[in-house]
Design a binder for this molecule. Structure first.
Ligand SMILES: Nc1ncnc2c1ncn2[C@@H]1O[C@H](COP(=O)(O)OP(=O)(O)O)[C@@H](O)[C@H]1O
Ligand SMILES: [Mg+2]
Length: 215
C-alpha cells in the first residue's frame, strides 16, 4: 500500500479537492482499493464522503494518534492506496504525517501568496526526506503567472506535467456526492484528473525505484 499525503500550509490550495478527485480517479483507473483519511478538523472531505452513494473510495475514521496502527490494518486488508487530506497551518501535524507518507502531493495555486508560502512546506518535506510533487491548481489558461510559478517551483522539486484548470465544475455539487469526473466521464475535468493521477503514479514509482527521499 502506498500512503499519499496531500498537504500545503496554504489554505484553499485545493488539498481537499484533490483528495476527492484523485481518490475517485484512482478507483476508476482500477488502482483500488483506495482509502481516504481526513485529518482536517473542518471535515470537508468527510462531509462530502457522507453524501456519496458509491461504495468507493472508502473512508476510515482514525484518531490522529491511531493513524500508524490504522495504516497497518489497511495494509492487512489489501488496500492499494491511502490518501490523507490535511489541514492548513498545522506544521507539526504535517511533519508527523510526512514521516509516515510514501509520497506527498503538494498543491499550489499560481499566485504570489502561494509561492511565498511554499518554502515552509518544502523545508519540512526535505527534512522528512519524503518524495513529493507540486501540482499547480486553479490554473487559468495561458497566463504568465502559471509559467512563472512552474519555473519557481521547479527549483525546489518536480512539478506535475498536468496543471489543474480553474473549473466551476470542480466546486459544484453533483447528485449523490459524485464528482464532475463521475458525472461527465468524457469531459475535460475527467481527462485532466486521469492525466494527473498518471503523473503522480509515475513519480511515485520512480521514487520507489530510486529509494525514498530522492526528490
Ligand atoms: N481547480 C479548481 N477549480 C475551481 N475551484 C476549485 C479548484 N480547486 C479547488 N477549488 C475550490 O476552491 C476552494 C478551496 O479548495 P479546497 O480543496 O477546499 O482547498 P484546501 O483543502 O487546500 O483548503 C473550494 O471551494 C474548492 O471547491
Ligand atoms: Mg481542505
Amino acid at each position: 500500500m502506498q500512503v499519499i499525503v496531500i498537504n500545503s500550509q496554504k489554505g484553499g490550495s485545493a488539498k481537499t479537492m484533490l483528495a476527492k478527485h484523485l481518490s475517485v480517479e484512482a478507483e476508476r483507473a482500477g488502482d483500488g482499493p483506495v482509502f481516504l483519511i481526513d485529518t482536517d478538523p473542518q471535515g470537508s472531505l468527510t462531509a462530502w464522503h457522507a453524501k456519496r452513494e458509491s461504495e468507493t473510495p472508502q473512508r476510515v475514521d482514525l484518531p490522529f494518534d491511531g493513524i500508524e496502527r490504522g495504516l497497518g490494518l489497511l495494509r492487512q486488508h489489501g488496500a492499494a492506496y491511502c490518501l490523507i487530506d490535511t489541514a492548513s497551518g498545522r506544521v507539526e501535524v504535517a511533519q508527523e504525517l510526512f514521516r509516515i507518507a510514501d509520497f506527498v502531493v503538494f498543491p499550489v495555486q499560481a499566485s504570489e501568496d502561494d509561492l511565498t508560502a511554499a518554502p515552509v512546506t518544502v523545508q519540512s518535506l526535505k527534512e522528512a526526506g519524503v518524495p513529493f510533487l507540486f501540482v499547480l491548481t486553479r490554473v487559468k489558461a495561458n497566463t504568465l503567472i502559471t509559467a512563472q510559478a512552474a519555473a519557481v517551483l521547479s527549483r525546489h522539486g518536480q512539478v506535475a506535467e498536468t496543471f489543474v484548470g480553474d473549473r466551476t465544475a470542480y466546486k459544484s455539487p453533483y447528485p449523490k456526492g459524485q464528482t464532475i469526473t463521475e458525472a461527465e466521464p468524457r469531459g475535460p475535468a475527467a481527462k485532466e484528473m486521469s492525466a494527473l493521477w498518471e503523473n503522480i503514479k509515475s513519480c511515485l514509482h520512480e521514487s520507489i525505484s530510486l529509494g525514498r527521499g530522492q526528490n
